[in-house]
Design a protein around this ligand. Structure first.
Ligand code: FES
Ligand code: FES
Length: 175
């Protein structure tokens, strides 16, 4: 059989245009409106459309936690969240932490305890750590290790990250 011959039923048709949807949400307290491809992730919408590049893309497969943000106060992996599902919701990113020009206590604790080296995982670690305490899951070091286990750090800063979280949770000393 001639492999180059066109096969019945496989003739190329006009390409369907990707569907776009409006998204209206609050990001770090500001009302934002976008029109996105239905396949756009929240991570890409934040980084590419809104230029909020503090949220990092590590694996883009839900395995490293670098992309962690808060949606309606709960931590989510923004690489696995479609931007369209954030419609009407409140999103908080690392850029939205702190008040009046002062860093969030968790950011200060990470700096005090050297909770990072290259810093690539740090925004996700901090967003996760804040949520962890709000979830009431920082009562012991074992709990912190367990409930932070979705946030990987290739630099191995885990002991210092733990110390920072312990301090903010009220169970540890300032470095
Ligand atoms: Fe989302 Fe790795 S980039 S989990
Ligand atoms: Fe480098 Fe965590 S500080 S990956």
């Amino acid at each position: 059989m001639d492999a180059s011959a066109p096969q019945a039923g496989l003739a190329p048709g006009p390409r369907a245009r990707p569907a776009r949807v409006p998204v209206s949400f609050r990001v770090n307290g500001d009302e934002r409106r976008l029109e996105v491809d239905t396949r756009t992730t929240l991570l890409d919408a934040l980084r590419h459309e809104l230029k909020l590049t503090g949220t990092k893309k590590g694996c883009d497969q839900g395995q490293c936690g670098a992309c962690t943000v808060h949606v309606d106060g709960k931590r989510v992996l923004s690489c696995l969240t479609l931007a369209a599902t954030a419609d009407g919701r409140e999103v908080r990113t690392i850029e939205g932490l702190g008040q009046d020009g002062e860093p969030h206590p968790m950011q200060e604790a990470f700096a005090r305890h050297d909770g990072f080296q290259c810093g690539y995982c740090t925004p996700g670690q901090i967003m996760s750590a804040i949520a962890l305490i709000e979830e009431g899951r920082a009562a012991s070091d074992d709990d912190v290790r367990e409930f932070m286990s979705g946030n990987l750090c290739r630099c191995g800063a885990y002991p210092n990250i733990l110390a920072a979280i312990r301090e903010v949770a009220g169970r540890g000393d300032r470095a």
